[in-house]
Design a protein around this ligand. Sequence first.
Ligand SMILES: Cc1cc2nc3c(=O)[nH]c(=O)nc-3n(C[C@H](O)[C@H](O)[C@H](O)COP(=O)(O)OP(=O)(O)OC[C@H]3O[C@@H](n4cnc5c(N)ncnc54)[C@H](O)[C@@H]3O)c2cc1C
Length: 414
Amino acid sequence: MNANRTPKGRTLIIGGSMAGLFSGLLLHRIGWDVHIFERVDAELASRGAGIVTHRELIGALGRAGIDRSDEVGIEVPGRRTLDRDGKIIGQLSLRQTMTSWGRIFGLLIPVLPEDRYHKGKNLQSVTQTASGVAASFEDGTTESGNLLIGADGIHSTVRQQLAPEISPIYAGYIAWRGLVDEAKLSPEAHDALFNWLGFCLPPGEQMLGYPVAGPENDLRPGHRHYNFVWYRPADEMSELARLLTDSDGRRNELSIAPDRIHPDVVAEMRAAADSLLAPQFSEVVGLTEQPFFQPIYDLKVPRMAFGHVALLGDAAFVGRPHVGMGVTKAAGDAVALADALLETEHDVEQALKLFENARLPIGAAVIARARHLGAYMQAQISTDEERRMAETFRTPEAVMKETAVADFLAHLDG
Ligand SMILES: Cc1cc2nc3c(=O)[nH]c(=O)nc-3n(C[C@H](O)[C@H](O)[C@H](O)COP(=O)(O)OP(=O)(O)OC[C@H]3O[C@@H](n4cnc5c(N)ncnc54)[C@H](O)[C@@H]3O)c2cc1C
């Protein structure tokens, strides 16, 4: 027996989204006193983001006590690609369940005891001691525990403190996104697109779309949403800066609220949809009331464990969305952390080392894979390797076969 073994204890989880909720629920179930601290003071609202699911995500939901796989989302039979004229130029059978951030959040949040989720708590700093960790919040309060989980996303305060040299790197393109009511689609667009993961591939760009739950997570036919993601190159210094300049002429740094996007920018994007996309996809863009965009970033940490602190989910690794792994990866991190705690009988430092050994290669593989898949959308292709990657993944067959599949991780399993 190891005399240094730490008993099950109190964990402070910073961030109450996917990584925070999965780790909170899983650690709660193995006997930890769990407290989630979320900066936002209200119920987190859906970000309108569609999510592709993988087997690992359904497994993690089961581990969290949620066995409702038939209610997770909408199953599509496969993928298809449309050309500029709207003709189907490729099709691939590949069953997959499409869901949304809001749907997964809505399944997780009721399972966690209410008094474990603390809203309006903005972490400011973390202090480690020999036996534990303390978190200080903007409201002047301090909490202490045996373990702190940084689940605070791409701009993580926890990471900025423990690994200040690491920050997200802009990938050279953005994703326009939006949702349309199923009932508003014309029969032609509905038939061609709605039940599929659909693609359209203008030169150097990629449009994709798929069905997700409607308002209040409604999965009834006729009441669902169609979700699109349109990747477009945008040079950082000129084009991205222009897109991030809001309707009052103010330049936003990293992102822009949907209702602040300059109307001319939205109008240009809709005009580009008409000239570049299949008519069914351009109809989707035209019907979207409030399109928004997100710059795409790569983020990779060299470590996930720092004494009594672990980084999970997007706080550690952000892959370009083409692998469709963000939520699955956050859930997988949480499962690995719970397993490591069980395996070490809750010795935090040993468990975090095991966790890091298990998850660092997966995070790195996801990021590498996502860079390959996204290379042809970059505004600037500067190296031979990038040019080679860009050529490989440009065809409809490659895009349909490789996007949002988890097979590339198989060689890392076990
Ligand atoms: C275009 C696009 C498409 C995507 N498609 C998919 C897909 O198909 N499938 C998929 O799985 N993923 C997809 N993703 C990624 C997915 O949305 C994220 O990977 C996932 O939500 C990460 O969860 P997280 O909990 O780690 O971080 P986040 O969801 O970012 O949550 C971090 C939380 O921490 C809180 N927080 C931040 N700072 C503090 C602080 N100082 N104190 C307290 N709280 C704080 C925030 O308010 C937030 O609630 C996509 C992303 C993009 C941009």
